[in-house]
Design a protein around this ligand. Sequence first.
Ligand code: IPM
Ligand code: MG
Length: 359
Amino acid sequence: MTRIVLLPGDGIGPEVTREARRVLERAAEVHGIALTFEEALIGGASIDAHGTPLQDEVVDLCRDSAAVLLGAVGGPKWDDMSVDLRPEKGLLSIRKELGLFANLRPASIFPALVHASTLRPEVVEGIDMLVVRELTGGLYFGEPRGIERNGPERVGVNSMVYSDTEIARIARIGFESAMRRRKQLCHMHKANVLEVSQLWVEVVEEVAKDYPEVELDHQLVDSGAMFLVKEPRRFDVIVTTNMFGDIISDEAAMVTGSLGMLPSASLGEGGVGLYEPVHGSAPDIAGTDQANPLAAILSAAMLLEHSLDAPAAAATVRDAVASVLEAGHRSGDLVLAGEDRPVTGCAAMGDLVLAEVSR
Ligand code: IPM
Ligand code: MG
């Protein structure tokens, strides 16, 4: 039996994870894969129960499993806590502890959603990109960090630190991904200001020698952000740092219609993978059955593909999502302001996908 750990977390995390689990279980069954599930706490839920956003036992449980499916962490209840004790720390720790340095965030547009984007249909039609975000280094983890006193002033410090080894391994993931796609790689950086970005440019160039077929381009991250809304179709694979990738991936998600649609996979050197929707815990709608479970469900599809080596089962899930959208069903986030159409709740959306997977 293959063990999957569920970490539903906070806010809408539990609602969307419940739907993703049901779909994952059914798709696996249809394709003859036997799964067992274990559920554990992370983030604010873990702080409330155990006083820490991530227990060591939970890390061990994840290490001993095939894959982890996570919901979301965080919420206003824990907003006043120091950075080191907040729910988000649980997420950062599990990524670091499992060595998940490569975060894959595919942003493509379902044909049925071309009109759900805030951008014009002719701009978004056919978008199909992959953001490869470095996940265990850079500004999120660099030292020194903290808030210090300097005489009468307080000074806040964070450091963007990358070794050439860290850059080369994520660059390689970018090139390998490009080789399986349209063979275009865009490295986003800020080398006109930051030394660390200059090193990224150098190392990405070195790695590029092993991938002569890939068309490589270095793009300043500010103009990259601009081109993402101007000509999103020009992008195939984007590789970038942890911090830039966090920002760029939300933008990439939004041009495809909604943050509620974007899945992600976090992978390391072999071993266990972690799958989570890119959206956050959306505390304002938590517990109201308004969340869009499709990003979580599509994350389960990535789990089937990358951790269980079951691309056919993954395709079943993706096709089911496409059919449900094709049939006109929309969660609230996919309905544009002023548009008059019925809204499908979280559980009902899960039911619809489940029915398609079972056909
Ligand atoms: C994401 C999120 C996280 C991040 C937060 C919740 C710590 O924004 O996965 O993109 O910044 O990585
Ligand atoms: Mg983010």
